[in-house]
Design a protein around this ligand. Structure first.
Ligand SMILES: C[S@@+](CC[C@H](N)C(=O)[O-])C[C@H]1O[C@@H](n2cnc3c(N)ncnc32)[C@H](O)[C@@H]1O
Ligand code: SF4
Length: 476
């Protein structure tokens, strides 16, 4: 097989424009056939029969609640605004039905993690929360020490719901605060008051949940550095075990982006300074940086992070509209509403997800904090160099990775172009044959005389999302 020439890096930069992070449609679907939506049960069966545990350490259930009180203008995520009571009840019944349908396929497979996300899961009533948690525990082989996580917003996460969560064995509450500033809240159309945030945190603490995570955002419309830092100071004083500091991504799915508001360059500049100062405040306030956006309290947050690390490479059965199921080595499937109106009428779409792609994504997600050789071996049952040997040598040769005490690290400065190249390389480093196919596949679109690392191309990736995270949010 002909080896990739190092000087062909311009083609890799071109590819990076085509490849969203972590998804198997990264090759534009050209190389993998979509998985028909009707065969979800068969996929689950096949996946478990193949003995996935030899390289997938965690099995998660994920429930998506695609409803919110109102649509916040900055929000990128998939949900339907404003659920009526009857609609929520119908959706709740639908989730119970899905549990009944899928649990028999995963019979006997221990569940390590169960996560409720959205949208706003705290729009479920206390009775619905109790009903769902009970059904999950009756239907799946939930481990005694399984980790249950639930996401909510301050206005909707009331004391009665928190009690239902506590009684149902939920140990981690993730509270979306984003900002405490009235002007900013108005500018982004978010329904919330400072008093509601304070009350909600007090209620969570009074019930002694093991972990409280708080999400805050930097760079929102009308947010100033002073107001952002004041919010952060206030939240740090409440000592949540974890704080996620999300720099605002002004990207395609958000209503704000679609309104074409704001000057992108000015926006990134302001946001960048806020994010940097926020990170400094967290580090000096008793938090350690873990991952891209997570800050964990020096004492108390350890378990949290190791759980999330395992989940990033494990298998997930996603239930509900927009939920994503990941069966590493086999397929990724998303459950999508047929009409966009009725959230109980869905269909699965997916792509093949070969093990090599799982491993390459794992490297992308973890390279900036370093990857232990032994962790890779433990998770995948294969050695990092055994799988990626030739590719890693190329990256070493280019100065994009290095080995330090058994850890694969990124040794360079995080310049825009160096990171761009690093991710481009990792995307394809596992397979020269694949690269050849890609070259053939994109032969008409790719023009070798064009420099694909130019800013106008990079801005194009922002629509896609992932590269913004890689470059702007990692301290470049
Ligand atoms: C899926 S949202 C759910 C949060 C929950 N519904 C709430 O309102 O509190 C999860 C987190 O994503 C973050 N987020 C949403 N849109 C974002 C954007 N455009 N840029 C950066 N972070 C964003 C917010 O911090 C939010 O808490
Ligand atoms: S931030 Fe939360 S409440 Fe606001 S639109 Fe996004 S998911 Fe809904």
């Amino acid at each position: 097989m002909k080896a990739m020439k190092i000087r062909d890096i311009n083609f890799l930069r071109f590819l990076t424009l085509k490849l969203p992070l972590g998804q198997v449609d990264m090759f534009g679907g050209a190389l993998f056939n979509p998985v028909p939506g009707t065969v979800m049960g068969k996929h689950i069966d096949r996946f478990f029969q193949r003995g996935y545990r030899s390289y997938s350490p965690a099995f998660s259930l994920y429930f998506h609640i695609p409803f919110c009180l109102k649509r916040c203008l900055y929000c990128w995520c998939e949900r339907k605004a404003v659920a009526q009571k009857a609609e929520m009840q119908a959706y709740y019944q639908y989730l119970l039905g899905m549990i009944d349908a899928y649990a028999p396929h995963a019979r006997g497979v221990p569940v390590d993690i169960c996560n409720f996300g959205g949208g706003t899961p705290s729009l479920l009533s206390a009775a619905q929360i109790t009903g769902l948690l009970g059904s999950i525990r009756r239907s799946f082989a939930v481990r005694e020490k399984a980790y249950f996580m639930f996401e909510g917003s301050p206005r909707t996460l009331t004391l009665d719901k928190l009690k239902a969560l506590k009684e149902g064995g939920v140990s981690r509450i993730s509270l979306g605060v984003q900002t405490l500033n009235k002007k900013v809240l108005n500018a982004v159309d978010r329904l919330q008051s400072r008093e509601e945030v304070e009350r909600c945190i007090d209620n969570i603490r009074s019930l002694s949940f093991d972990f409280l995570n708080i999400d805050v955002m930097a760079g929102l419309p009308l947010q100033t550095e002073a107001s952002f830092l004041a919010d952060l100071r206030f939240l740090i004083a409440r000592k949540p075990e974890v704080i996620h500091l999300h720099p605002f991504w002004n990207i395609q799915p958000s209503p704000y982006y679609q309104m074409k508001k704001g000057d992108i360059a000015a926006f990134f500049k302001g946001r960048h300074t806020m994010t940097r100062k926020g990170r400094e405040m967290l580090l000096s306030g008793g938090y350690l940086r873990r991952g891209h956006e997570a800050f964990q309290m020096v004492s108390g947050g350890e378990k949290e992070q190791s759980v999330l690390y395992e989940r990033s490479v494990g298998a997930t059965l996603g239930i509900g509209a927009y939920a994503i199921s990941t069966f590493p080595g086999q397929a990724v499937m998303q459950c999508l509403p047929r009409s966009g109106k009725d959230m109980t009428d869905n269909e699965y779409f997916g792509y093949a997800y070969p093990k090599h792609a799982v491993m390459a994504n794992f490297i992308i997600l973890n390279i900036l904090s370093g990857i232990q050789r032994k962790d890779f071996q433990r998770i995948f049952g294969e050695s990092l160099e055994g799988v990626f040997g030739a590719g890693l040598k190329r990256l070493e040769h280019l100065g994009l990775v290095a080995w330090q005490d058994g850890r694969l690290v990124y040794p360079g400065t995080r310049s825009f172009r160096a990171l761009f190249d690093l991710f481009a390389w990792i995307k394809i480093l596992y397979d020269d044959a694949l690269l050849e196919k890609l070259q053939a596949n994109f032969s008409r679109e790719y023009h070798s005389s064009v420099d694909y690392s130019q800013e106008r191309f990079m801005l194009k990736i922002m629509d896609n999302g992932w590269f913004v995270q890689a470059v702007y949010d990692l301290g470049v």
